[in-house]
Design a protein around this ligand. Sequence first.
Ligand code: ADP
Ligand code: MG
Length: 312
Amino acid sequence: MTMPPAIAIRHLVKRYAGSGGAEGKLALDDVSFDVPQGEIFGLLGPNGAGKSTLINILAGLVMKTAGSATIWGFDIDANSRNAKRSIGIVPQEIVFDPFFTPVEVLENQAGLYGVPRAQRRSAELLAAVHLSDKARAYARTLSGGMKRRLLVAKAMVHSPPVLVLDEPTAGVDVELRRQLWELVKRLNGEGVTVVLTTHYLEEAEQLCDRIAIINHGKLVANKPTHEFLEMAREKVVVLALDRDAAAAPDDPAFLKSELKGPRLVEITYDKDRSNAGEVLARVQGQGYGILDVTTREADLEDVFVSLTSERG
Ligand code: ADP
Ligand code: MG
């Protein structure tokens, strides 16, 4: 038996209200995907792609236009109370009352979720995010990094099985990013399913088991991270030939060979199995002279760019 997904999103559509009779922004356009239980799932996309809109629909902060979603099996409409209890959300913006202490922030949140006093674990959560020594300091005295960590603790007060972080490391320094990654990995190791949105490829690559890419409100890819990295193993050489080619020179060592002009050929190869020298030699072996060569390395960024430009 396969485990039911932690989150299931079906045909989700969000059109924000327009103003002055104009049609509003279509922020989500028929998005469907599952977040498997136990994974760290990355929702990757450029600014304005619709990531926060999707997260805010799950959080119950934005009304969807159409479609459905379940969290831990609970429909966000029909069973919104249980759906909300199953998810903890770390919002993109940091907002705290500056005069509350971390302990008070967590206790207030626990109260909001109706967690009985005996089951509260503020001290444990503060220890988990390395804030025990700041438990009774005013929130305004915390550094940006401490505030981010406090937000993670706050999202976990009701012990949800799913934790969602919306751009947890946007604009944070390298050290804090590393700390947040460690924290996310630790929580995931303890069994929490994690969804994070990011526009940093490296972050998704380092942290996520699976990456979904969203662009202009549409889901354009959804694969295990290693499959993206395999796509990124490709390398491209563009060769200017000394005469017109009737067809693109082909060879078993090439993954792809395409004529870009009568004398311009673009050849893709696997950089683990071949190299530019071999590609050139094979083209020359077919009787062509080569006048110019440019090479291009596909990295995750290229994969991302090609996926986000196709339907742009
Ligand atoms: P992301 O989080 O991926 O950067 P958002 O979900 O914040 O993207 O935004 C997606 C699109 O919806 C953007 O074009 C944005 O300008 C628009 N948008 C977001 N919030 C609102 C809103 N409250 N009203 C109107 N348009 C909005
Ligand atoms: Mg956002």
